[in-house]
Design a protein around this ligand. Structure first.
Ligand code: SF4
Length: 398
């Protein structure tokens, strides 16, 4: 007896009772993804977890410290390759030897009121419950960034030098306060690509003070292999946001020559370090890769290439958050600057802006449900199956 889903109902004699009892068996033609529905089961379930930074030897620690200081003196740590001495000046990210921090607090997810085209009811969406858990994620929002996304959803923090200065040691002490006072599940470093040496020093300092929770590296994926090598052994969860695929979109929307080339290399290196996302039995993620993709208006083709890359070149077991909370922000929707040609956009794009009344008119709206669904289906079609879905029960979305 078989059903259209490929699940066959069989009757076999059980050894224990000797009675005939029905069992479910998956027929050979069934897609592997259809069979694997359990996130919280081996191999993605851990008995226990010790953060990677606690396993470093003193020799590893000394090497990382000296490498971090060397990078600060000649910073080529991100794809911008500024080569500046950050004790004396700043590069493209505008941040020197100390970090500038905008917010340090337990974070319970992005709660966003979203409006689709003709649907003004709005909806609330939260981000990753397996990261935030009951007590929140100990989030540190760094000021500054090495990208210049025209649509930046955090532009008041990332595009402006807005916040308070902390030495790496002071930053590490804040991790301890988040752990002891906030009782957070992890330390979540938001937009840290341009402050990797300082982050490395802060984690090493916090380790000596008694930090015990995992480190989440919450990045735009515009990282370099050198910075990821420096972070190896210190970060437990890599959470890259893979934004766009084509060079054209990279130049126009992110103001970077080839963002996707850096992101491809980085995401592969992250996965090589920590593998697929794993949880402990309380439903909290402890180690692995979690890829985010913010769906953008009319950019489904970019997303299709991104999810195909993840499935074919990283892992089909990658945990993916298809995010729908895009809203026009930063430079999007601002009055057009009527210049004939902008060097970084090219004539075609400048022409596009000049035709409209506002800048980046093509992304000057929220995404539609159809667009989000198309990206999700594209991800499923290439074999991805672990998604950050809203919980269909009272527990976490795992
Ligand atoms: S981290 Fe900052 S200074 Fe270093 S290469 Fe990147 S943008 Fe330049």
């Amino acid at each position: 007896m078989s059903s259209s889903s490929g699940v066959r109902l069989l009757t076999v004699t059980t050894r224990v009772s000797g009675r005939r009892a029905p069992l479910l068996r998956v027929s050979p033609g069934v897609n592997l993804a259809q069979r694997r529905r359990l996130h919280l089961a081996p191999p993605f379930l851990l008995d226990d977890y010790t953060p990677r930074y606690q396993l470093l030897t003193e020799v590893d620690v000394a090497k990382k410290r000296s490498l971090a200081y060397a990078h600060l003196r000649n910073c080529n740590l991100c794809p911008r390759l500024c080569g500046v001495n950050r004790y004396e000046t700043t590069g493209m990210c505008l941040i020197g030897e100390n970090v500038k921090v905008n917010v340090i607090a337990p974070h319970f997810g992005e709660v966003v009121i979203q409006f689709h085209d003709s649907d003004t009811d709005g909806q609330v969406s939260a981000s990753e419950p397996c990261i935030q858990g009951h007590n929140g994620s100990g989030s540190v929002f760094f000021s500054g960034c090495n990208l210049r996304c025209t649509f930046c959803q955090n532009h008041d923090i990332a595009h402006q030098r807005n916040g308070f200065d902390l030495t790496p040691e002071e930053l590490g002490e804040w991790y301890l306060k988040l752990q002891h006072v906030g009782n957070v599940h992890n330390i979540n470093l938001v937009t840290p690509e341009h402050v990797v040496p300082q982050v490395v020093l802060s984690i090493l300092h916090a380790r000596t003070l008694g930090l015990e929770v995992p480190i989440v590296y919450n990045t735009s994926a515009f990282d370099s292999l050198a910075s990821l090598e420096l972070l190896d052994g210190l970060v437990d969860i890599y959470m890259p946001d893979f934004k766009v695929w084509t060079q054209k979109a990279s130049r126009r929307l992110l103001k970077a020559d080839d963002y996707a080339a850096a992101a491809r290399e980085s995401v592969r290196a992250m996965h090589a370090q920590v593998g697929d996302l794993c949880f402990t039995a309380d439903g909290i993620a402890k180690k692995g890769l979690l890829v985010r993709h913010l769906v953008m208006p009319g950019q489904e083709d970019e997303a299709r290439e991104i999810v195909r890359f993840i499935a074919e070149n990283v892992s089909r077991d990658t945990f993916v958050n298809v995010m729908e909370q895009y809203r026009p922000d930063a430079h999007v929707g601002k009055p057009t600057r009527r210049r004939a040609k902008r060097k970084d956009d090219g004539a075609e794009e400048a022409e596009k802006d000049a035709r409209g009344d506002v800048r980046y008119a093509e992304i000057n709206r929220a995404v539609t449900t159809d667009e989000v669904t198309a990206v999700r289906k594209a991800a499923e079609a290439v074999g991805l199956w672990r998604f950050c879905d809203p919980p269909g029960h009272d527990g976490f979305a795992i």
